[in-house]
Every structure is written in C-alpha cells, then in structure tokens.
Design a protein around this ligand. Structure first.
Ligand code: RB5
Length: 155
C-alpha cells in the first residue's frame, strides 16, 4: 500500500453518520483508512478530532485526511492552524475538484448537516480523482505559508 493510498478520517457527532459511509466508500476503493473517531454519535468537541488528524498530516506521517462536522467550519478552522495543512470545506463536487486542482487541498472537510450521502460520496470522489494542476497554482500555494506580503513580484 503506497503512502498516498493511506487516508485518515475523523468527525464529531454531527459528522459521525456520514463518516461511516465515506469510510466504507474509501475501503471499497482500496484505500487503507484509519478512523480516528468518534465511534458513536455521543456529543464530542470537533477540535479534539481535528487536532489529532491535522497533526499527522502536518508532520507528513499521512498525506491526506477527511474531516466532517455539522458545517465543516470548526474542523477547518482547527486543521488550518497546522503548517502544511490545507483543509478545504467542500459542499459540491466542483468545489472539491477545484480545491485539489488550484489549492492542493490535502484535507477534505465536509459539512455533514448540509450534504446527504449521495452528494457526500460524489464530493469525496471528486477530491480523490483530481490532481493538483501545479504551475501558477504552485506559486500561489507556496505563498500561503509566507508571512511577508509578496504581491509586488507579480503585479
Ligand atoms: C456541533 O453542534 C457543531 O457545532 C459542529 O458540528 C460544527 O458545525 C462546528 O463547526
């Protein structure tokens, strides 16, 4: 199993049901999925799960991850605090594809209270299937982690 076929997944209680379905989809596609929880729908704090997943993507131990919460917002706020993590909230397959193509999103975040199973699976599939376009987008992605404003160079 290559590094890129490994994927982490986690949610809070709001994302639990869809997480289970997406996990089955990933396994059926041949991915090695590691579920970081939770294991049931009891109320939990989304940040605990986002930290656990983002730490491992940030360190390079895992290349990709999927997070789910009610809106996708709390998970994305938390995950995007980590260096090298680009967590994209996607509510349609087109957004997921653009998040890969333009932003090289290495974490997909789903707003589980606003997408159903069919849409959620299509969003995940688009994110898995779309490569990063590179080129001018690589330059832009590199700038995400720069603290200095460098707009002068490309006016
Ligand atoms: C949980 O009720 C909800 O706040 C959470 O799933 C998420 O939407 C937070 O951003």
């Amino acid at each position: 199993m290559s590094h890129s076929r490994k994927i982490l997944i986690a949610s809070d209680h709001a994302g639990f049901e869809l997480k289970e379905k997406l996990e089955a989809q990933l396994a059926a596609l041949g991915y090695s999925v590691e579920d970081l929880g939770p294991n049931d729908e009891r109320s939990v704090d989304y940040a605990d799960f986002a930290h656990a997943l983002a730490e491992r993507v940030s360190s390079g131990e895992s290349e990709r991850g999927v997070l789910l919460c009610g809106t996708g917002l709390g998970m994305s706020y938390t995950a995007n605090r980590y260096p090298h993590v680009r967590a994209a909230v996607a509510w349609a397959p087109e957004i997921a594809a653009l998040a890969r193509e333009h932003n090289d999103a290495n974490v997909l975040v789903l707003p589980a209270r606003f997408v159903g199973e069919v849409e959620g699976k299509a969003i995940l599939q688009a994110w898995l299937d779309t490569p990063f376009a590179g080129g001018r987008h690589a330059r832009r992605v590199e700038k995400i982690e720069r603290s200095q404003n460098s707009t002068e160079e490309h006016r």
